[in-house]
Ligand binder design. Structure first.
Ligand code: DC
Length: 646
């Protein structure tokens, strides 16, 4: 189900449980830099372990700062009192804006020669406003690529000044970087923010962290933070709060999937602005409990989220999650004042619009807004994630639609939340599947169908899909080894399952499907990997609430590896030949038992020996030998096993 580049998330029924959040990215990288700039030793606990924090840790080590791991998520940083031991270095900062911007400012005022670069996307993210501000103080910064963008060359310079002007309307990280660097000067200049400051809550985080490191900010007003002089001093031990932006995915899961879902490590007392995401979710009707250090969400009383029209300037990152919550709302949701989305890991407005359309939403976008009208039914789609962790985490929530979702390049969540999908799986409950695999004519189809009926579940006869394809190929004159052509046909053929009837190209084919000839054709084409891959989505589409019983050869191993119950149902070849013989006689079709036995043995051989998903008892599948059992007994045995694992 999970290939290296794509993760299939099955349709989800509900969400319930608790998650301990990883440390906040914004706080982690600020604290690391402040600890490095401070006098004294700082023990940083609950630090986020992620690509972005790894970039900062690497950079600090390169700059000669002693950073010592103290076991799980804890580090001892020996501060250098604003004087980095290494005066000449090249730093590679990946796509970590929270490392790039503050390090640019600190190094520009630190009196050394430094080259700062990142991945290609980092070189498309603007930094001119920060460089302009630092140059007013005398910093010597040179653009190595395009004017206004990384990479940068910083050279030693005499730095001082009374006032510094900085633009605040592109990214708040520029002001954050400047603020954190200014205590390196002997006299702190006055700051003038030009234009409207966006993402103000991130500045609050910056000021709160600086205070912890001994810089008192008078007035605390973002527009004119008047600082007392002095230098950073270690607070000794510092704990990093849970990540409020990461909380948004779990809170939304609770709002869509019933809940309650609790996030631990961040709550009412948080310094992170993104905790106010909970208020936005409350506007959509979700029921929220907020305590100092945790939050909990349940779905609205009515069960359905309400569409909203919201200015999201105060929660830029978490607002992306609202765009996905909008898929489950009762009308059109509009998110405004989100221009900063365009200069993040990717152009998030464009990316969001493209991917939301794939699942069927109607989306409109402007320079700094997006509006989303949900589809009647959320469609299955393979979602591209643009190397943007938040795109991947947001779209996991689309699995609450009835068709599940595929996330391409799921590994990109490592930027801020490497264990995201495992944690997400812990608090969500997927539509349950009972997988019954086994050889031809073992009775697994009949058993699976009856189990489905008993439970009110859907039923998938996957063998019928291969048979249908074999039949369609023969009718169209396509050779049974023309892999590419057959795979194409698999994606296109018009098939319909209705009760006991199966339709191909608008005509009933149930009887024709069961002939030995069609079975043999199915067995041949089933050995072709491209054909199997092409039928995968069509088979998974049968997984719908309230549940599915599926029979075949690879239900437990490939198609539904997360099946709640896995049964390997078999019987001796002789017993199977006899059953098939009786079946055919009942239908008035002639049959020869010796020939049937031979056919079954040949098919067993081929299905077991093939390379692509060979017939075998999957790990975790329980054997059920029905040679001496009636159908009723076999059905009851499966139901008993299901009740014991459910
Ligand atoms: O279960 P059946 O006899 O209707 O299956 C027909 C053929 O399709 C059988 O030879 C094996 C193949 N098959 C498969 O490879 N994978 C499945 N999940 C189901 C059937």
């Amino acid at each position: 189900m999970t290939s290296e580049n794509s993760l299939y998330l099955p349709p989800l029924l509900s969400a319930q449980g608790a998650v301990r959040l990883p440390g906040s990215k914004s706080i982690s990288n600020r604290v690391l830099l402040l600890a490095a700039l401070a006098e004294g030793v700082t023990e940083v606990r609950d630090l986020l372990k992620s690509d972005d924090t790894d970039r900062m840790l690497d950079a600090l080590r390169t700059l000669g700062v002693s950073v010592e791991a103290l076991g799980e998520n804890a580090y001892r940083v020996t501060g250098c009192g604003g004087n980095f031991p290494v005066k000449e270095a090249k730093l590679f900062l990946g796509n970590a804006g929270t490392a790039f911007r503050p390090l640019t400012a600190a190094l520009a005022l630190a009196g050394g020669s430094y080259e700062l670069s990142g991945v290609a996307r980092m070189h498309e993210r603007p930094i001119g406003d920060l460089v302009d501000a630092l140059r007013q103080l005398g910093a010597d910064i040179h653009y190595l690529g395009n004017e206004g963008f990384p990479p940068l060359q910083i050279s030693p310079a005499k730095v001082e000044g009374d006032t510094v002007k900085i633009r605040g309307d592109v990214s708040s990280q520029f002001l954050t970087g400047l603020l954190m660097a200014l205590p390196l000067l002997n006299r702190i200049p006055k700051i003038e923010v030009v234009g409207d400051l966006i993402s103000k809550p991130y500045i609050e985080i910056t000021l709160a962290m600086m205070e912890q490191f001994g810089i008192k900010v008078l007035g605390g007003e973002w527009r004119d933070p008047e600082m007392l002089g002095g230098h950073y001093r270690s607070p000794g031990v510092i704990y990093v709060e849970g990540d409020a932006s990461s909380a948004s995915y779990f809170l939304t899961a609770g709002a869509i999937g019933g809940g309650p879902v609790r996030v631990e490590g961040v709550g009412r007392d948080s310094v992170q602005g993104d905790v106010r995401f909970a208020e936005a979710l409350a506007c959509m009707g979700a029921r929220i409990i907020m305590e100092p250090n945790w939050m909990e969400v349940r779905a609205p009383e009515s069960g359905k989220l309400k569409a909203i029209d919201l200015d999201c300037n105060h929660i830029p990152d978490a607002a992306m999650t609202l765009a996905i919550a909008a898929l489950f709302a009762d009308g059109t949701t509009t998110l405004r004042n989100i221009a900063s989305w365009r200069v993040k890991e990717t152009d998030r407005i464009a990316a969001m619009a493209t991917e939301l359309r794939k699942v069927g939403a109607t989306v409109e976008e402007g320079a700094d807004w997006i509006s989303i009208t949900p589809p009647v039914e959320i469609k299955h789609a393979a979602i591209d994630t643009y190397d943007d962790h938040r795109m991947a985490m947001c779209f996991s929530l689309a699995a609450f639609g009835s068709a599940g979702v595929c996330i391409n390049d799921p590994g990109c969540v490592a930027k801020t939340f490497p264990d995201y999908f495992a944690e997400f799986a812990k608090v969500t409950q997927a539509v349950p599947v009972i997988a019954i695999d086994g050889p031809s004519a073992s009775g697994k189809g009949t058993v699976a169908q009856r189990v489905a009926r008993e439970l009110g579940y859907h039923f998938l006869d996957s063998g019928a899909m291969y048979r249908l394809l074999g039949l369609a190929a023969q009718r169209r004159g396509i050779a049974l080894d023309a892999e590419t052509q057959l795979a194409e046909l698999a994606g296109q053929i018009d098939i319909r399952f209705e009760g006991d009837n199966i339709w191909l190209d608008g005509a009933k084919v149930s009887d024709e499907l069961r002939t030995e000839e069609t079975g043999a054709a199915a067995s041949k084409i089933a050995a072709l990997p491209k054909v199997r891959a092409a039928l995968l989505d069509r088979q998974r589409a049968f997984r719908r609430a309230p549940g599915l019983a599926a029979d075949g050869r690879d239900m437990a191993s490939v198609v539904f590896p997360d099946a709640v119950l896995k049964v390997f149902l078999t019987a001796s070849a002789e017993a199977r030949a006899e059953r098939r013989y009786k079946q055919l006689m009942e239908k008035g079709m002639g049959a020869n038992i010796a020939a049937l036995l031979q056919d079954i043995q040949a098919r067993d051989e081929r299905d077991t020996q093939r390379n692509a998903a060979p017939l075998q008892q999957a790990p975790g599948a329980g054997l059920l030998d029905t040679t001496a059992l009636s159908i009723e007994q076999a059905v009851n045995e499966v139901l008993t096993r299901y009740r014991s694992v459910k």
